[in-house]
Design a protein around this ligand. Sequence first.
Ligand code: ADQ
Length: 765
Amino acid sequence: MTGMQDLTGGRELVMVSNRLPVDRVIAADGTTSWRTSPGGLVTAVEPIVEQLGCVWVGWAGSADEHIEPFEIGRMRLEPVDLSRDDVERYYEGFSNGTLWPLYHDVIAPPEYHRHWWDRYVKVNRRFAERVAETAAQGAVAWIHDYQLQLVPAMLRELRPDLTIGFFLHIPFPPRGLFEQLPWRRSIIQGLLGADVIGFQRVPDAISFRTIAERYTHTQALGNTMVLPATADAPGRTVLAQEFPISIDAAAFAEVARRPETQQRAREIRAELGDPKTVMLGVDRLDYTKGIRHRLKAFDELLADDEIDASEIVLVQVASPSREQVDAYRQLRNEVELTVGRLNGEHGTIGHSPLVYLHRGYSREEMVALYLAADVLLVTPLRDGMNLVAKEYVACREDEQGVLVLSEFAGAADELKDALLVNPHDIEGLKAAFLRATHMPQEEQRRRMQGLRRAVHDNDVEHWASGFLGSMTSISETRAAAQASGTPEGATGPVSLVPQAFVPRSVGDRLRRIATASSLLVATDFDGTIAPIVPRPQDARMLPRARQALEMLSAAPGVRVALLTGRSLGGLADTGTGGEGWIVSGSHGSELTGFDVSGITGGAGGEPTDEESDRLDRITRRFERVLGSEPGVRLERKPFGVAVHTREVADPEYGRELLAAAVEFGVAEGLHVREGKQVREFSVRASDKGTVLQSIRDALPAGPVLFLGDDVTDEDAFAVLGPDDLGIKVGEGETAAAERIPDPAAAAAVLARLVELRTGIVIGSD
Ligand code: ADQ
């Protein structure tokens, strides 16, 4: 990983979570030491912390004990003390007896007790005070998860200099469920203390914004909540959007590649009696994980002889969890009873079809298990993300193995090539299990390739940089506003929403596309975001448009594409481009910044020999006929020739020359495109519509914004659907849904989109 340091802009990073990411180990001689503990959150953020170093504020895990701060590696750990009573009321009670079931579709009934809530408030305050004492000036505080939802607002009050982020690892419930909570308004106000609130899925973020609008005086503007100024505090904005968490895929792949891991995987299969099929489940022993449903489906398949008990083993790893909470004790008893009964009914002396392991394992052993498993069963009834599914995929470089995945896990949004199941539908589960055990290798490979692409496209670095980068941009924007003497929101939310140039209908449509999990922002160059100038090489993107495109490109889930009629060389002359941008030149004949292998049709590649010969011949002909005309410029492109007449003194004469050129081009069977004072003649059939379609097909599904001014941009407008947004810049007939007057307005549209997507306001030029 590189560049992590930039993510916090050199500021100190303070992580805040209920539990410190360490466990105490007591050696034989009685001495104690600490080692990092396994589990969802730590696994995800470990690589970031290794890179950046941090202060970590949290509970060390033992009640009624005071522990002094200590250091491990690059972490300074700041323990928060909890009494036994705190643990019972704040942690086991309100966090795991109220919030956890409420936020997971009330799979178990949530309990509402005022004394639990009171303690939740007190402990949250203790965490906030601890962070306030320990954080350096201007630090970045990143608070994690449902146990600490009041900390953002409490901390902001104590330390307004901090940049505060909050990430919810579990789902945020739909409004109908959340409203049950007697303290719903306080929770929303607590969260709104953050600058950035991250959720796992799009529906979580939408639900939060809807509820926040209902219960507080805030207004949702795309992904941003606008908080009005009050007597005590200036107005400000809060970014509330999805940041799907992921894993350090490369680290898992590295362990999977080791010969000793692969040897261990073979040993595991041998220890299991070398069955034809090994199925695997890995979960915390939690009622949300669907273990009961999974075992029921497996049991019925065995009972109905649909699978042969002697040929299959299901290994269920169920790590111990929250054993002090009643619902968890009950679940453990029930699962263990089922394991005994199932093996009693379907096993033999030498073979048990269900192997149940109630303990934690090292990463090496987990990876060996993933490699040993033909099928991984991830069937939660509701799950924020589910990292186990992603870990399995990251380990399977052999492109074999089948992932059965619940559609109620956040991971299902990205891992679309899994066998997706509804875990409540036992018949559906059984059918998926059977399909997985019989899946041909070729189909396994095809699906696993898709899954692996998804995991690699969004690994933990991508997640962390998206989240931390959003926090840093917001704090830098705020600092700049303060330095220029215009405190953010000083005059209320209206000042945060520049209306200039963006017609209301365009604003409404932008709002609709701005919050999509995946968004493609494509634009033409000349006349759209760069004003037309006499000499093409002098054209420049408007600074505001450039800044907006750069910010969009850096925003999670957004890709930026520049579709120009210029050759890529011609575009380079203007210094145009940006990190991570897709750039298509010569009307789709040229393409960079994109994996061309995913592209079909006319885009990309080199001209064939035949095309080159034809092009040479045509170029010579144009040079002969037009080369000596004053003001005419011929531009050779990889797939064609452009005739420019912008500098011809008499416009009428220029038009005549172009007409003559078109007559010739048509007679030669060339593809002719019309532009302002330019005609392009190409030997390859491609246009902006074709290339735009190809790019969107290769990206995750989502809406497209396309801006263009020219006749050639109509091909792109023509491929847009009802959920996309096409905006014509300037006069002329168009298929675009909206129209704006000029490039300055286009820059304003892009700036507005940045604001809706990221919460950052870009000033006018
Ligand atoms: P969890 O509910 O804990 O996390 P999950 O995302 O599956 O669920 O993470 C579990 C992690 O623990 C995985 O990294 C897994 O490898 C590890 N693990 C599980 N059993 C183990 C065992 N026996 N031994 C060793 N390691 C084991 C919460 C949310 C999820 C969300 C994560 C991260 O409930 O939905 O994905 O946070 O945000």
